[in-house]
Design a protein around this ligand. Structure first.
Ligand code: 5GP
Ligand code: ZN
Length: 141
């Protein structure tokens, strides 16, 4: 299903041209318009899902396998030293395009790309409370 006025739906189905590096029935991978590093690409499903929470398991399984395949290819072709997979969900998490996308950000030694946060510290109280809270009722499958 496509969503009206969704830019990534239009890119995914080829209505808007993109620098596509890979395409199959369900996914398209293309270069990010404002790359964090050389080779920064996005994988999008052709079906519209706003974010991770909306995506179905079949797509998710295929997505991670595809990410590995493209990531290996990037290492070989670009000679990158590392790779960040980044995937933002919700405005608070920095999502700006509300059609699921996975960033593949090739990393190069001393490239200065900042995907970091200020490390806090896990207090004994938080550790106890959060472990109890988050381990409870977590569905297995
Ligand atoms: P987000 O912040 O939602 O995780 O990332 C959205 C990404 O999409 C950004 O890195 C941005 O540069 C990229 N982007 C936004 N619009 C376009 C577009 O029209 N074409 C391409 N190739 N990338 C886009
Ligand atoms: Zn869409």
């Amino acid at each position: 299903m496509k969503e009206n006025n969704c830019i990534f739906c239009k890119i995914a189905d080829g209505e808007i041209p993109s620098a596509t590096i890979y395409e199959d029935e369900e996914f398209r991978a293309f270069l990010d318009l404002n790359p964090a590093s050389r080779g920064h690409a996005l994988i999008v499903p052709k079906e519209h899902f706003a974010n991770l929470f909306e995506m179905d398991e079949e797509h998710l399984k295929k997505l991670i396998v595809l990410a590995q395949r493209i990531g290996k290819h990037m290492k070989e072709k670009l000679g990158c030293d590392g790779l960040n997979l980044v995937q933002n969900n919700g405005e608070a998490a920095g999502q700006t395009v509300f059609h699921f996308h996975l960033h593949l950000i090739p990393r190069y030694k001393d490239d200065g790309v900042g995907i970091t946060w200020k490390p806090g510290s896990l207090t004994p109280e938080d550790k106890e409370e959060l472990t109890a809270l988050l381990s409870q009722d977590l569905p297995r499958e």
